[in-house]
Design a protein around this ligand. Structure first.
Ligand SMILES: *[C@@H]1O[C@H](CO)[C@@H](O)[C@H](O)[C@H]1NC(C)=O
Ligand SMILES: *[C@@H]1O[C@H](CO)[C@@H](O)[C@H](O)[C@H]1NC(C)=O
Ligand SMILES: *[C@@H]1O[C@H](CO)[C@@H](O)[C@H](O)[C@H]1NC(C)=O
Ligand SMILES: *[C@@H]1O[C@H](CO)[C@@H](O)[C@H](O)[C@H]1NC(C)=O
Ligand SMILES: *[C@@H]1O[C@H](CO)[C@@H](O)[C@H](O)[C@H]1NC(C)=O
Ligand SMILES: *[C@@H]1O[C@H](CO)[C@@H](O)[C@H](O)[C@H]1NC(C)=O
Ligand SMILES: *[C@@H]1O[C@H](CO)[C@@H](O)[C@H](O)[C@H]1NC(C)=O
Ligand SMILES: *[C@@H]1O[C@H](CO)[C@@H](O)[C@H](O)[C@H]1NC(C)=O
Ligand SMILES: *[C@@H]1O[C@H](CO)[C@@H](O)[C@H](O)[C@H]1NC(C)=O
Length: 897
C-alpha cells in the first residue's frame, strides 16, 4: 500500500485524499459474470479503451495497457448531479449512480444505472462492419445515453461528457493542441499532440500522430467547451453547463488538465425518445508505412479517405448514422449469439468479449495509385500485436484470430494475409520459409528479414491460412498471385516438417520434434496440394498430396504413446507426458483428414481424464507448465469429439476472463489469478474464441485468375519453381545415385538391428516406407562395415535439410542419361548395386555438420529417438526420389533439350 502511495502522481494523490473524505454512499451491486475489465471503445490499436467491470461509474477508463485515459460522464437531474463514468465527481458535490447491471455483446457494452429517480442505460457501441469496409475503417465508437424516469414525472436534465489529453499521451508535460468545430451537422473537439510525427509510437504504446475526436450531433442545446478539469467538472454539477473560462491552445496535457467537454440541456423530460449520442474517435492519416513488392515505401491511408474528403465529413456521417449502425450491430450480435447458442453460455460470453478485441487490433488501409487516385482494389488490413510485441501482422496471432476473421467476413482475412504475401513475394526474402511478421514496430510495415528458427510454424500457418481464406471466400486471387511463394514454403515443409528443426515453440517452450508442430507442417503441405488443385496445377497437387499422406502415416507411426492413449508432445517422449494438440484444428478446419478419427477420439478421452483428475480450472499447454493459452485451448476444444469435454475446456477460459485484472489475456495460470509474463492482454489472438464456429463455415468454389508468369529476376522465391522443374529430365541419372545412398542407409539400419537386437525394437514403429526399402537391404548389409556406418548415418540428415541443394549438386555430377520416363519409386530397386560405384561425393561432405558429429560420437546403441530419426531419414530419401519422379512426369517438353 505504501509503495502505491509513493508512486502516485499529484493528481492521483489529490483524488485519493478526497476519496478518503467523501462518504461512499452507493451500494454497488456486482454481477459476478461481468469480466473484471470490460471494453468501452475498442476499434483500433489507438482507440482501445476499457474500464473496471465492477465499478464502471467509479473508476477511470484505461487504455488496453491499463494506463489511464480519463473519460467522464455525468447527468444532472433537478439540480442534483450523478456520475456514470469516471471519477471526477470528487471535484464537486456529486453522487455516483448505482451500477445495476452490465451486458456485453460482440459490439456493445451496455451498462445500466440507477441515478435517483432515473434509470440510465449507457451503451458503448464499437461497430464491427462485416459488409462495409469503408465503415469498418472509421476508428470511432459511439456512447449513447438513454434516460427513463421510473416515477413517470418530468424532470429537468442536463448531460455531460468529456475526455482529456491522456488519450494521446501519458506525459503531462507534452504539449497538446486542439480545435472545436461545428459543421451544422456535428459539433466536435479534435485534439492532437503538437509534435505529431507519423509512424512513431511514444510511451505506453500511444501513437504520436493520433487525432482524438469527441463529437455529438449539432443542436442549440449542445455546448462544446475546453476548460481545466477543476473548472469544467466543477461547474457542471452546479450550473448544468460549462460556460466559464475557455483555455486556448496549445497547452500542457496535464496539471492542470484541459478537458474537452460536450454538454447538452435535455430540458424537462420523462424519458429520452432517442438517446443522447456522443462519438469518440482516434484517427491517423497516413496509417501505415508499407514496403511494397517493388521495394518502394508507401504511405497507406485509412480506407475511409476514399469516400470522405475531410474529417468533418467523416464525423458528420458517423454521427448521423447512429440509428442504422446500432441496428446493424444488433443484427451482428444476434448472428454471433445464435451461432454460439448450441455450444454453451460461457462460449457465447467469450465470443462476445473477443470480437471487438480481435478486430480492434487492426486498421484497414488503402494506397494511392501512380495516377494520384485512391486505388480501391488495394485494400490491406494491418494488425498490431497488442499485448505482446507490437509487431506488424504477427503471423502466429493472425493464425489464432483467423477463425474470427473467417466468421465475420473472410474478405478481411484475405486483407490481413495480403501484405504478408506481397512483402515476401520479392527478391528480398532472406530465408526459405515464411516470415513471422512484416515489421517489428507497428505502424511501420517495413518488413522483417530477421532470421528466425520457426520455419515450420510460420510456413504452416501461412499455407493453412491461405487455403482457408480461399475456401471461405471463394476468392483465389491471393493463392494465384503468390503461387510460387506458397510453393516455396511448401517445399520447405516437405524438407522439414516431419522433424521440425524449430527449437522454440511460439509458446516459448524449448521443444524439439514437437508432434503438434510436425502435424501443422504436414497439414501445410496438404494445404499446398489443395491450393495447387484449385488452380489446376494437377502435377503439383499430386506431388504435395503424396508427401502429405506419406508424412501423415509416418507421424501416426511415431507420434502416439506406446499404449495408444494419446499423442506424445514430441517423438519418443515419456508416456506420461502430454500436450494440447491444438494444431489438429487446422486438419478439421481444412477438412484435410490427415489425422485418424480414432486419434481424435482417444485424444479427447485423454483430455477428459486430465481435466477430471487435475485440471478443472484450465488445461495447461502441456505437462511441464501451469500456464494455459486461451486461444489454443479453444482450438483444442474445436477438435474434441465429445461436447462435454469441449465445454469443460471452454468454461475455465471464461472464468479467467471474469477474474483477470487485465483486458482478456491469452495466457493465464490455471492454479492462480497471477498474471504470467507476456500474458497477451487485449491480444487479437482471442479471435480464436471463434474456432468452433469456423468449422461450420461453408467452403466455396474457388475462382482464380491465371497464375502470373514467373518474374525474370533471379533469387526470387519464384525461381525455386524453375529449379523444381529443371531437375526432371535428368532425374534418371540421379535416381541410381540416390538409390545407392538409400541402399547404404538401409544397410546400416539392418546391421544395427541385428547388432542391437536386445536393445532396440524397430518394429515398434511399423511403416509402409520401410517395407518399400526392405528389398534394398537384401544382400546390401555386406557393404556396411561399422566404420562406414558412422558417416553414413549422418548423410541423410543433410539430405533432409538440404535435399534440393544436394540434388542439384548430384545433378551436376551426373549428366543426363537413361531418362526413362517411367522410372517409378519401386524401380529404384533395380539401380546399380552398391559395389559397382562409390557413394556420391556429397555424402562425405555432409558428415561435417554438428548433427553428423553427434551421431558419430554416439555409441551404437540406438535410442527410440534415433530409430525415429533413421526412419525419418529413410523417408527423406524416398521423398527426394518421389520428387524426381513427379518432376519428370510433369516436364516432358524439356526432354528434347
Ligand atoms: C443507490 O442505492 C441505495 C440503496 O438503495 C440508495 O440509498 C441510493 O440513493 C442509491 N443511489 C442513487 C444514486 O440512486
Ligand atoms: C464481405 O466483404 C466484402 C467487401 O469487403 C463484401 O463485398 C461482401 O459482400 C462481404 N460479404 C459478406 C458475406 O458480408
Ligand atoms: C424505459 O422504460 C421502458 C418501459 O418500462 C423500458 O422499455 C425502457 O427500456 C426504459 N429505458 C431505459 C433507458 O431504461
Ligand atoms: C503536426 O505536425 C505538422 C508537421 O510537423 C505541423 O505542421 C502541424 O501543425 C502539426 N499539427 C498540429 C495540430 O500541431
Ligand atoms: C421545466 O420545469 C420547471 C418546473 O417544473 C420549469 O420551471 C421550467 O421552466 C421547465 N423548463 C422548460 C425548458 O420547460
Ligand atoms: C480449372 O479448370 C476448370 C475446369 O477446366 C476451370 O473451370 C477453371 O476455371 C480452372 N481454374 C483455373 C484457376 O484455371
Ligand atoms: C512431462 O514432460 C516432460 C517433457 O516431455 C517429460 O520429460 C516428463 O517426464 C513429463 N512429466 C510427467 C510428470 O509426466
Ligand atoms: C475494480 O474496482 C474494484 C473496486 O474498487 C477493485 O476492488 C478492483 O481491484 C478493480 N479491478 C481492477 C481489475 O482494477
Ligand atoms: C528430432 O528427432 C530426430 C529423430 O529422432 C533426431 O535425429 C533429431 O536430432 C531431432 N531434432 C532435434 C532438434 O532434436
Amino acid at each position: 500500500m505504501l509503495g502505491v502511495l509513493l508512486t502516485m502522481t499529484d493528481r492521483q494523490w489529490l483524488l485519493f485524499t478526497m476519496l478518503l473524505v467523501v462518504p461512499f454512499t452507493s451500494s454497488q451491486s456486482t454481477d459476478p459474470s461481468v469480466p473484471a475489465i470490460i471494453p468501452l471503445a475498442v476499434r483500433s490499436p489507438y482507440l482501445n479503451i476499457w474500464t473496471n467491470g465492477s465499478k464502471p461509474g467509479f473508476s477511470w477508463p484505461v487504455f488496453w495497457n491499463t494506463d489511464i485515459t480519463a473519460w467522464e460522464g455525468m447527468i444532472r437531474i433537478d439540480d442534483k448531479n450523478y456520475q456514470w463514468l469516471g471519477v471526477s465527481g470528487l471535484f464537486a458535490s456529486y453522487t455516483p449512480a448505482n451500477f445495476t447491471k452490465a451486458k456485453i455483446t460482440p459490439t456493445q457494452t451496455i451498462l445500466t444505472y440507477q441515478a435517483g429517480p432515473a434509470e440510465l442505460m449507457v451503451t458503448f457501441l464499437s461497430p464491427i462492419e462485416p459488409t462495409d469496409p469503408i465503415k469498418q475503417s472509421i476508428p470511432f465508437s459511439y456512447l449513447a445515453l438513454d434516460i427513463n424516469f421510473t416515477d413517470n414525472v418530468q424532470h429537468n436534465v442536463q448531460v455531460y461528457c468529456d475526455m482529456t489529453g491522456e488519450w494521446l499521451t501519458p506525459n503531462t508535460a507534452d504539449m497538446i493542441t486542439w480545435a472545436s468545430v461545428s459543421t451544422g451537422t456535428s459539433s466536435f473537439h479534435q485534439v492532437q499532440l503538437q509534435a505529431n510525427q507519423s509512424f512513431i509510437e511514444g510511451r505506453q504504446d500511444r501513437a504520436n500522430d493520433v487525432t482524438m475526436i469527441l463529437a455529438t450531433q449539432s443542436d442549440q442545446q449542445v455546448s462544446i467547451r475546453v476548460a481545466h478539469d477543476v473548472d469544467a467538472r466543477g461547474q457542471f454539477p452546479q450550473d448544468g453547463s460549462v460556460s466559464g473560462t475557455s483555455i486556448v491552445p496549445p497547452a500542457q496535457m496535464g496539471n492542470p488538465y484541459p478537458v474537452f467537454a460536450i454538454t447538452k440541456d435535455l430540458g424537462n423530460i420523462t424519458q429520452t425518445s432517442s438517446p443522447m449520442v456522443w462519438a469518440i474517435g482516434a484517427y491517423r492519416n497516413p496509417s501505415i508505412s508499407f514496403v511494397t513488392s517493388t521495394g518502394d515505401t508507401q504511405d497507406r491511408a485509412p480506407l475511409f479517405v476514399s469516400s470522405y474528403s475531410t474529417i468533418s465529413d467523416v464525423v458528420d456521417a458517423f454521427i448521423v448514422d447512429h440509428p442504422k449502425a446500432k441496428a446493424r450491430a444488433d443484427v451482428l450480435d444476434e448472428r454471433i449469439a445464435t451461432a454460439g447458442s448450441n455450444i454453451s453460455a460461457p462460449f457465447q460470453a467469450l465470443t462476445a468479449l473477443a470480437a471487438r478485441q480481435a478486430i480492434g487490433a487492426t486498421e484497414l488501409t488503402i494506397s494511392k495509385g501512380s495516377d494520384g487516385q485512391w486505388n480501391t482494389s488495394d485494400t490491406k488490413m494491418f494488425m498490431k500485436d497488442i499485448g505482446n510485441s507490437g509487431r506488424v501482422n504477427p503471423v502466429e496471432n493472425i493464425f489464432a484470430a483467423f477463425p474470427f476473421f473467417l466468421f465475420i467476413n473472410s474478405t478481411y482475412a484475405g486483407q490481413l494475409l495480403s501484405p504478408l504475401l506481397e512483402f515476401q513475394d520479392t527478391s528480398n526474402t532472406a530465408q526459405p520459409f515464411a516470415a513471422r511478421d512484416i515489421g517489428q514496430n507497428y505502424p511501420k510495415a517495413v518488413g522483417n528479414n530477421v532470421k528466425h528458427q520457426q520455419g515450420v510454424e510460420y510456413s504452416g500457418n501461412m499455407l493453412i491460412m491461405s487455403l482457408a481464406h480461399a475456401r471461405a471466400s471463394g476468392d483465389g486471387t491471393l493463392i494465384s498471385r503468390h503461387y510460387r511463394l506458397l510453393r516455396s514454403w511448401a517445399d520447405y515443409l516437405v524438407d522439414s516438417s516431419i522433424c521440425p528443426p524449430d527449437v522454440t515453440t511460439i509458446d516459448q517452450e524449448q521443444q524439439s520434434n514437437s508432434t503438434n508442430l510436425a502435424i501443422k507442417g504436414i497439414i501445410g503441405i496438404k494445404a499446398m496440394a489443395e491450393i495447387s488443385s484449385a488452380l489446376n496445377q494437377t502435377a503439383d497437387a499430386t506431388y504435395y498430396s503424396q508427401f502429405a499422406s506419406t508424412f501423415a502415416s509416418e507421424w501416426h507411426a511415431v507420434a502416439l504413446s506406446t499404449d495408444g492413449s494419446h499423442i506424445l508432445p514430441s517423438y519418443g517422449s515419456a508416456t506420461t507426458s502430454w500436450a494440447q494438440m491444438y494444431n489438429l484444428f487446422a486438419d478439421r478446419l481444412l477438412g484435410t483428414n490427415l489425422v485418424d478419427n480414432n486419434i481424435y477420439a482417444s485424444q479427447t478421452q485423454y483430455y477428459q481424464t486430465l481435466i477430471s483428475n487435475s485440471f478443472q480450472s484450465g488445461l495447461p499447454l502441456d505437462n511441464t507448465t501451469d500456464i494455459a493459452n486461451a486461444a489454443w485451448t479453444l482450438f483444442t476444444a474445436a477438435t474434441v469429439t465429445d461436447t462435454a469435454v469441449r465445454d469443460s475446456l471452454i468454461a475455465p477460459v471464461w472464468t479467467h476472463a471474469v477474474t483477470s485484472p487485465h483486458p482478456l489475456s491469452v495466457r493465464f495460470k490455471v492454479d492462480s489469478t497471477d498474471v504470467p509474463p507476456t500474458s497477451g492482454a487485449a491480444s487479437p489472438a482471442m479471435g480464436a474464441m471463434f474456432a468452433p464456429l469456423a468449422l461450420n463455415l461453408p467452403n466455396l468454389a474457388i475462382v482464380a485468375p491465371p497464375i502470373p508468369p514467373a518474374p525474370r529476376s533471379s533469387g526470387s522465391p519464384a525461381d525455386s519453381s524453375s529449379k523444381h522443374r529443371s531437375a526432371g529430365p535428368i532425374a534418371g541419372g540421379v535416381i541410381s545415385g540416390l538409390a545407392l545412398v538409400a541402399f547404404s542407409i538401409i544397410g546400416v539400419l539392418f546391421w544395427r538391428k541385428r547388432r542391437d537386437k536386445g536393445n532396440m525394437d524397430i518394429e515398434t514403429f511399423p511403416s509402409k516406407p520401410m517395407e518399400v526399402y526392405t528389398s534394398l537391404t537384401l544382400g546390401s548389409n555386406d557393404h556396411s562395415s561399422p566404420q562406414d556406418q558412422t558417416t553414413q548415418t549422418s548423410l541423410p540428415m543433410i539430405m533432409s535439410s538440404k535435399a534440393r541443394e544436394a540434388m542439384a549438386r548430384m545433378v551436376q555430377n551426373h549428366p543426363a542419361h537413361d531418362p526413362s520416363p517411367n522410372t517409378s519409386l519401386a524401380s529404384g530397386s533395380r539401380s546399380t548395386p552398391a559395389s559397382s560405384r562409390e557413394p556420391p561425393t556429397v555424402a562425405s561432405g555432409s558428415g561435417s555438420g554438428p548433427r553428423g558429429n553427434t551421431s558419430r560420437s554416439r555409441s551404437a546403441n540406438l535410442s527410440n529417438t534415433e530409430v525415429v530419426g533413421l526412419r525419418v531419414e529413410v523417408e527423406n530419401l524416398k521423398r527426394v526420389m518421389q520428387r524426381l519422379q513427379v518432376e519428370r512426369v510433369e516436364s516432358p517438353p524439356s526432354y528434347a533439350a
